[in-house]
Structures are given as C-alpha cells and as structure tokens.
Design a protein around this ligand. Structure first.
Ligand code: S3P
Length: 187
C-alpha cells in the first residue's frame, strides 16, 4: 500500500523524476498540479490569480485526501504543498517521502527558461526574483528536510534521481517484497 512521495522546491524535477520512478516501479504516477489543473480546467496561474494561494493549498490537500490509500503509487507534489501540515501528515503515514534538493542558483537558472514562467511565484526578474527565491527557500527548506530523505540535484538527471530513490527503497523493510527480497523481516 505504500505511496512514494516527492517534495522539493519549484524546478527541482519532482514531476519528471516521479514519472521516471513510477515507470521503474511499474506503479501509477500522480502529480498534484496536473490533477488540479485537469479538475478545474484552469491553469495554476489562473487559480492563483482568481482564487488565491490559500485556495490552491486547500485543493492540494483535497487531491491528496482523495487518492486511494490502499494503492501503490508515486506522487509528485507542488513545491508549496509542504506548507499544509495536514497534507504532509497524510503523506508521512502513506509511505516514504523524498526531498529533491536543489541550490538557489539552479532554481534561478531554471526560472529564466520560458516554461518556468507558468509558475506564478517565479514571475519577475533580477534582484526581486532572486530575493523571492531566497526567502521561499529559507521558509521551506526546514520543512522539506523534516519530512524528506534528501536526494540532491534531482532535476538534472531524473533517471539518476529515480535510481537513487530505488536504492533507498531497497533498504526499507516494507519494500522488500517489491524487490523480490522476501517478506518483511521480523524486528
Ligand atoms: C508552487 C509550485 C508549483 C505549483 C504552484 C505553486 C509553490 O509546482 O504548485 O505554482 O508554491 O512552490 P512545482 O513545484 O511543480 O513548480
């Protein structure tokens, strides 16, 4: 029944790593941003603008509450989902959580690419944007660290990040059966 959840800052590669990992495990993949966009028929940007960030966090939690607890799945999350404690408690109960950690500089570089402009919190340029990235990271990193096993530099190599995560999973008792390592060991 485990879920494997990926948390981390914007542009850290949670979606691509999640997709890769799900393929490696042969499990379904869910992405909270994608589910919200599909359900509401609105872009993340429009949801932020028209309904506000608090409503977006509520939607994230609702999506997580509605995922089947008994299924094996890989879950990629939006970078700010961790701000809702209740949402994180569900993820923590459901299985291991991995934190794709990236540097401020990497996020800055990525924020300059055209596709990153879809992220309302990364809009802007120059020093203002650098400062926002710094402030958001300072606020969120302690939460990422508290809940997640760190996997560095995820976005550069989703397949490699996926392999790192698989290595961690192999060491977990509850995953032994998935890797053909026999039943859970008695403690
Ligand atoms: C957000 C991250 C985004 C998306 C929204 C808000 C955040 O997801 O949920 O723009 O608050 O960090 P990604 O982390 O996939 O960019």
């Amino acid at each position: 029944m485990p879920w494997v959840s990926l948390i981390g800052f914007m542009c850290s590669g949670k979606s691509s790593t999640g997709r890769t990992l799900a393929r490696q495990l042969g499990w379904p993949h869910f992405d909270t941003d994608a589910v919200i966009v599909e359900r509401l028929g609105m872009s993340v940007e429009d949801i932020f603008r028209e309904r506000g960030e608090d409503e977006f966090r509520r939607l994230e939690r609702k999506i997580v509450e509605e995922l089947p607890p008994e299924r094996d799945l890989v879950l990629s999350t939006g970078g700010g989902l961790v701000l809702n404690r209740g949402t994180m408690e569900i993820l923590a109960v459901q299985g291991p959580i991995f934190w794709l950690s990236v540097s401020e500089e990497d996020v800055w570089d990525r924020s300059q690419r055209p596709w990153a402009a879809r992220r309302p919190l990364l809009k802007g340029t120059g020093d203002d944007l650098r400062e926002r990235i710094r402030v958001l990271m300072a606020e969120r990193e302690p939460i990422y660290r508290r809940y997640g096993t760190p996997i560095p530099g995820g976005f550069q190599h989703p397949r490699e990040a996926g392999r790192h995560i698989l290595d961690h999973l192999r060491d977990l008792d509850e995953f032994r059966v998935y890797f053909g390592l026999g039943e859970r060991r008695e403690r």
